[in-house]
Design a protein around this ligand. Structure first.
Ligand code: GLN
Length: 540
């Protein structure tokens, strides 16, 4: 088994996760079984308790783990199935070490960062190696080299590599080579210093991937090679991609990253066949059709907060050979300026998940506008609850209907706390989480789109549709097209006499991939295109 470690230097947000994921794509297409893993040096046990402003989206796995959004990239770029084993935080490491200490596992020893914390980190790499049975494990270390909190992870991978033996590990350092306008030059000094930091700990990278806005010429590569002690051919350029993150595997292939990695790890595999990725990129760059759809949210200024939703909408476009222009709409602006002004001219509107009261009324106005104007609507988790509240207030005339999350004293709690949530007091990892089965109704739009009647989708919520209102809703044309197999929990709703009004309590965005667009997103984009151009893209 072979191990690749991806570290980052100079600044954060360099796209280490994307680099790891794109390398995963290339290795998989060389016929290797790949497993990916992320180490996060913060002390939260998982990102589930962090605000989107701190962390961006929380990505949920089948087993209910709330993880870093880089795991979303791993799943979208490869076929690897992830579990809570694939994301380790300092919080989890310390929790485990402290529990061990209380249980007397360390037999009277002084418990220390080295070896106890580092051993626990190494154990998690081994555990993934054992359970995944992959040929190659790619481990990404979050944060930037030199961060105090990252040190135990860097030390652990150094020790791990030593123990794994020659030819079994490969260190990739992703770094930043800034372009200094005044000098008109790319500068390599920060990279040299960041590699020096790694070498201080005892790691010399095998490969340096340089993120840069301008091409990295031979002279600069030579400089980095010489001063960072890395062969010239192992200094690769990772220039900003022009159109889409899905160009990354092809860009890295042109730089021969996969070839280099395979040589370092003594893996003899054929060059990857990337024809299907090229076709994906063609559909992204030069699609046959185009459409604009709106996403109404409250973290709109924040690129990472709805990452999987944006990606899934783009995949829905790939599935229809249709370019998707995403219009990000702040729900509070709808409250100020009205839905008509903000949504007119769009092919459809998507209301994604969320928590907290801010922007709720704007989202309700968006759902009302979509229902009344027959504008395609896709609701995701909170987006389903919003559609329910809107229908209750404006069609059923249940005045002040609301979710008890936002108004505990509403006379019509059409969305209320799940039974299982009533006694929950702790915040971390206590929502209804992970993949659950859902039964779709025969003849429903959702059933048609999925082409199947039992599906498994991922959840992350505390509130649900209140069954006391089911009959009232049904009589008025609100369709419960998906429920838990026992029929008790509403999972998907849709509207009669509407071209596309579908909303789910689960998060379909977590299961969409560029090469396997999710059926709900594919259907939504097709409907949005039809809305504007009045002719179907494909028939279902
Ligand atoms: N806040 C809602 C709930 O907890 C919706 C959650 C979500 O959109 N993920 O049920």
């Amino acid at each position: 088994m072979k191990f690749i470690f991806v570290t980052g230097g100079v600044v954060s947000s360099l796209g280490k996760g994307l680099t790891a994921a794109a390398l995963g794509t290339l290795l998989e297409n060389r016929g290797l079984k790949v497993a990916l893993q992320k180490f996060d040096p913060y002390l939260n046990v998982d990102p589930g308790t962090m605000s989107p402003y701190q962390h961006g989206e929380v990505y949920v796995l089948d087993d209910g783990a709330e993880t870093d959004l880089d795991l979303g990239h791993y799943e979208r770029f490869t076929s690897t199935k992830l579990t809570r084993m694939n994301n380790l935080t300092s919080g989890q490491v310390y929790q485990k070490v402290l529990n061990n200490e209380r249980e007397g596992v360390y037999l009277g020893k002084t418990v220390q960062v080295i070896p106890h914390v580092t051993d626990e980190i190494k154990r998690r790499i081994e555990l993934l190696a054992e359970t995944s049975k992959a040929d190659v494990i790619i481990t990404e270390i979050g944060g930037t080299t030199g961060d105090i909190e990252g040190l135990p992870f860097v030390e652990a991978i150094r020790e791990f590599a030593l123990e794994a033996g020659i030819g079994n590990t490969c260190f990739i350092h992703v770094t930043y080579v800034p372009f200094i306008k005044a000098a008109g030059e790319l500068k390599t000094k920060p990279t040299q210093q960041s590699v020096a930091k790694l070498r201080e700990i005892g790691i010399t990278p095998n490969i340096i991937a340089c993120r840069c806005e301008k091409p990295l010429d031979k002279e600069l590569r030579q400089k980095i090679s010489m001063f960072c002690n890395v062969p010239l051919e192992a200094v690769i350029e990772a220039k900003d991609v022009d159109h889409s993150i899905y160009e990354m595997p092809l860009m890295l292939q042109r730089e021969r990253l996969d070839d280099l990695v395979c040589r370092i790890l003594h893996l003899t595999t054929p060059a990857p066949n990337m024809a299907h990725w090229q076709e994906i990129i063609r559909k992204l760059i030069a699609p046959q059709h185009r459409v604009r759809v709106g996403v109404v949210g409250k973290y709109i200024g924040l690129q990472d907060a709805y990452k999987s939703v944006y990606e899934a909408l783009i995949h829905g476009g790939i599935g229809n050979d249709c370019g998707v222009e995403l219009v990000q709409i702040d729900a509070e602006e709808i409250e100020k300026f009205g839905a008509e002004k903000m949504l007119k001219g769009l092919g459809g509107v998507c209301v994604p998940g969320g928590f907290g009261e801010r922007g709720i009324e704007g989202k309700i106005l968006a759902a009302k506008y979509a229902r009344e104007n027959k504008l395609p609507y896709l609701g995701l988790c909170l987006g389903m609850q919003i559609a329910t509240i809107e229908f209750a207030r404006n069609v059923l005339k249940l005045e002040k209907a609301h979710s008890t999350e936002f108004n505990a004293d509403t006379p019509h709690p059409v969305i209320a706390l799940l039974d299982a949530q009533k006694k929950v007091t702790k915040k971390g990892g206590t929502m209804r989480l992970g993949a659950m089965p859902c039964q779709l109704a025969v003849g429903s739009k959702a059933g048609q789109l999925y082409g199947s009647f039992v599906i498994h989708e991922r959840h992350r919520h505390r509130y649900e549709f209140n069954n006391a209102y089911r009959e009232k809703f049904e009589k008025a044309g609100f369709i419960f097209s998906g429920t838990s197999p026992d029929g008790k929990l509403v999972e998907v709703i849709e509207l009669k006499d509407h071209p596309f009004f579908v909303a789910s309590q689960f998060h379909p965005e977590f299961l969409s991939k560029p090469h396997q667009p999710h059926p709900l997103f594919k259907g939504f984009i097709a409907a949005a295109h039809e809305q504007i151009h009045h002719k179907p893209l494909y028939s279902i």
